[in-house]
Design a protein around this ligand. Structure first.
Ligand SMILES: NC(=O)c1ccc[n+]([C@@H]2O[C@H](COP(=O)([O-])OP(=O)(O)OC[C@H]3O[C@@H](n4cnc5c(N)ncnc54)[C@H](OP(=O)(O)O)[C@@H]3O)[C@@H](O)[C@H]2O)c1
Length: 265
């Protein structure tokens, strides 16, 4: 019997597997991973010493929990394929963007315990923010297992399912927004004469530090901003330039575009 089966061995599955092994939540011999690509299976087997398989139904039969980590467009096919192999007591966790617990439940045997989760890319370094919602049959044990799994990746929050797409637009896609900001800041630093490496280190370290200030002080970002923007100083000049460039409007538009996209899949 395996503790967990990963269906789909892409980027997110690998990030989650890595953290589950590192945290000791599971051991390599308790994991089975499937994919359609032999190259991915070879990589997962070689790198993490887990069992690999091309058979989704067989992997599911063997596992206490099933983590669906395929693209949203591939989810329906996978659910139809594994439906008859599931049994009572197994927990089915999906990280597919936009796919509701109702959609998943409808394709699985009645009473299946389903959890929908949206982790994010920093799962790779144990600094994810994940949001969980539960299907109508998910009992306390299923919820606890999901919380345990995603706690190995970082912070966990529970949300009403109707807010999942909004959370996805913010924290699911959010790392990409910050990667672009870090790149843009470091480009601007290079323009002003800083070396590329130093410029990137300053951007990343500043981002991390600002995030920790928000978390550890519990202060509103506006108050923290006021603390560093002295009258007539450089920071307020820079902030004026950011406002003129439409930084706030850009984020309203970006999150709304991501949210709309989730409704389409
Ligand atoms: N990337 C993120 O930051 C992020 C964050 C939160 C949630 N998610 C969600 O996580 C899921 C996976 O995303 P990802 O970025 O890890 O995608 P990915 O790298 O494309 O991984 C999906 C893997 O599943 C394989 N696959 C396709 N059909 C399959 C099948 N029938 N059975 C088994 N495996 C199959 C794919 O193979 P092929 O490539 O050959 O099709 C691919 O290797 C998505 O639903 C996404 O919405 C992603």
């Amino acid at each position: 019997m395996k503790k967990i089966a990963f269906i789909g061995a892409g980027k997110m599955a690998e990030a989650i597997l890595k953290r589950l092994l590192k945290s000791g939540w599971t051991a390599a011999h308790e994991v089975v991973v499937t994919d359609v690509a032999d190259e991915r299976l070879r990589h997962m087997g070689d790198e993490y010493k887990v069992e690999v398989s091309r058979s989704n139904p067989q992997a599911v039969v063997e596992a206490e929990s099933v983590l669906l980590a395929v693209k949203p467009q591939q989810l329906e096919e996978v659910l139809r394929e594994v439906a008859t192999s599931l049994r009572q007591g197994q927990v089915v966790i999906s990280i597919a963007m936009g796919k509701t617990t109702q959609f998943i439940q409808d394709l699985l045997p009645s009473g299946t315990e389903v959890v929908r989760a949206m982790p994010n890319h920093p799962a790779m370094v144990g600094e994810a923010v994940s949001v969980l919602s539960y299907g109508s049959h998910a009992g306390e044990r299923a919820r606890a297992i999901a919380r345990e799994i995603f706690s190995c990746l970082g912070e966990v929050h529970e949300v009403e399912e109707r807010l999942q797409d909004a959370a996805m637009a913010l924290s699911g896609c959010g790392p990409a927004y910050f990667y672009v900001i870090a790149e843009a800041m470091s480009d601007a630093g290079v323009k002003l004469g800083l070396g590329r490496d130093l410029s990137l280190k300053l951007a990343a370290g500043t981002m991390l530090g600002a995030g920790k200030m928000l978390q550890e002080t519990g202060m509103h970002p506006g108050s923290l901003k006021d603390m560093v923007a002295s009258p007539g100083g450089s920071t307020i000049m820079a902030l004026e330039a950011l406002e003129e460039a439409g930084i706030r409007d850009a984020f309203y538009k970006a999150l709304t575009a991501a949210w709309k996209r989730a409704q389409e899949v």
